[in-house]
Design a binder for this molecule. Structure first.
Ligand code: ATP
Ligand code: MG
Length: 297
């Protein structure tokens, strides 16, 4: 067991975990560059590559993701954004042929250390998918499902109300909590999925193109919601919408897919990672400029 992992115990998932809880998280300065010194690193990605079988989908990613910031991942289709995003909560463990090389530290703890409980990781680091995927249950049961599975004690009515309020959905559904979630509109369903992710009190929320199926009004509501909850959560969002990345994120990472000379495959590489403002006004790499100005991709 790594020394930094000795004290932490998983809460509620049954087996021990070395992932630090919010209370146990020690703030230590990052030794991976790219973030201003006042920022608190949550993830330190170091030379990360992801393989599906022998195919390397993403290579050599190094970046620091900081607390209470919104970090956007942008780049053309197939450059590995979803693949990388899934590494942050070990969702790739569920893909049999996926393998990760390099390191992701989460508050200084190696996320892929054998002692780390992946179920606990996914409670601390929640995920919202591209397509809203509510369970075919009531609105109420959608929210209480996660807390019950995680063994979270507490008043479920309060958890439901708090989660729905945080996701800016409460007023629209408070009189129909026992009705099926499938009867909600797409935008409401996506906010329900965000509420469901918030219900287990995560620290980080990963969002994979959360607005791609939504109209501009519903998209605006999700963006407002992200802005509101960012004081409490760390958010990483994949988006194809440049305006959205520019509007909501503090930091932005641009990836592209390089053609491998020996095979006809493409591998995703991180081209540039910087403050969003700089990425969209004065990027360092010509490839970033071409992409954010719409000349490529
Ligand atoms: N489960 C999988 N098994 C095998 N290959 C995969 C799997 N998931 C993704 N890939 C491959 O990994 C590469 C990156 O895919 P990924 O879905 O991460 O890209 P992306 O940047 O999210 O694209 P998009 O913008 O279209 O969502 C692609 O070549 C894809 O075919
Ligand atoms: Mg994707």
């Amino acid at each position: 067991m790594p020394p930094e992992a000795k004290t932490a115990q998983g809460s509620g998932s049954g087996s021990p975990s070395v992932v630090p809880t919010r209370l146990e998280i020690k703030r230590s300065p990052s030794d991976v560059p790219l973030s201003p010194p006042e920022d608190v690193p949550v993830f330190q990605v170091d030379d990360l590559s992801v393989y599906y079988g022998s195919f390397r989908a993403v290579r050599d990613v190094s970046m620091t993701v900081c607390e209470r910031q919104i970090t956007s991942l942008i780049g053309p289709s197939g450059c590995g954004k979803t693949t990388l995003l899934r590494c942050f909560n070990r969702m790739n463990d569920l893909v049999e042929i996926a393998r990760v090389a390099g390191k992701i530290l989460y508050h200084g703890v190696d996320l892929y250390h054998p002692d780390v409980n992946a179920v606990e990781v996914r409670r601390r680091i929640g995920m919202v998918f591209q397509k809203p995927n509510p369970f075919p249950k009531s609105i109420y049961d959608n929210i209480t499902f996660g807390p019950k599975v995680a063994g979270i004690k507490g008043n479920m009515d309060e958890i439901v109300e708090r989660s729905l309020r945080r996701a800016a959905l409460w007023d629209e559904v408070k009189d129909r909590l026992k009705e099926s979630a499938m009867g909600l509109s797409g935008g409401q369903q996506q906010r329900l999925c965000i509420a469901r992710a918030l219900a287990v009190d995560p620290e980080v929320i990963l969002m994979d193109e959360p607005c791609s199926a939504l109209d501009p009004i519903a998209t605006g509501r999700i963006e407002d919601l992200m802005e509101e909850i960012k004081s409490e959560y760390t958010i990483i969002i994949v988006t194809h919408n440049m305006q959205q990345a520019a509007r909501v994120s503090d930091m932005c990472a641009f990836f592209t897919a390089e053609v491998n000379e020996t095979s006809d495959t493409r591998t995703g590489v991180l081209v540039e990672y910087d403050k969003t403002e700089k990425m969209f006004s004065n990027p360092s790499d010509e490839r970033t400029e071409n992409y954010v100005t719409g000349r490529f991709g």
